[in-house]
Write a protein that binds this ligand. Sequence first.
Ligand code: ZN
Length: 292
Amino acid sequence: MSKSQVIEQLQALGVNKGDTLFVAADLMKVGYFNRSIDQTLKDWVDIFQELLGDTGTIVVPTYSPQFLRFFQKYDFVFTADTASDSGSLAKAYLNFSPGALRGRHPTNSCTSKGFHSEKIAASDGPEFPKYSPYAKVVELGGKNLMLGIVDERNCPFTYHHVQESLGHTKTHPFSRLFETSYLDASGEKKKYIVKEVGGCTGGVHKAWGYHLAKEAVKFGKVGRSLSALVDAKKSAEILYKVMTENPHLIKCDNRSCISCYGRFRYNGAGAIWFYAREFPILLGKVLRRLFK
Ligand SMILES: [Zn+2]
């Protein structure tokens, strides 16, 4: 598979010059390789530059680690230069994309390059809601490329954006359970407590039918993998409707999932049974962790 074939496949999927494109990717699944890892990552930056042109913008999640409060010791301090744990495409844009701007959010920064890059980075920091850059991409009429990640775990970024706009991210059972640290504008080390949690995305694929009905998604092969291109505005409207009228739909199939089954909002009175059943198991896990 050549670089130009990848470009053609992405164009056939609907990626155009001038697009604001949020890309979440599993590059291994796509299976495009050049002679070294570094060269392959540089090629991916070139691929998107050619696809989007100077009027387009790419946005890539470049998230950073978070740590369990009270239990986990860490010496990590987030800055614009710290590595990301969001995979190869994050590495490509942090290391091989001169002019790309990384946001300042200590756990959920995005890195963007192109026409709207400054606008997107400006709303990405510890003083903003965690998914603010997502809101910007929706507002700008952007698209979401799910590159090699159409499966039963991943979903369009619009899901966490909608959860945030409905206040769901602040009531997740893991809210305030994690933290990290970062350097503020004056170079002082500050603690950041993660109050917003989007949580499990393992059931959101059940909403693809609504997307198909509204022509909000197109699926297609890119390399070896199935990929999707999502209209962010339409998708946000669809998921807003699902999350306000029928949030039960997006529960995953794992009944031990606290994110889907331990929340009254998503599981109704079933959440009581969840805790009755799972609490002894959870307690056992915590105790084993503490005394291992
Ligand atoms: Zn779940």
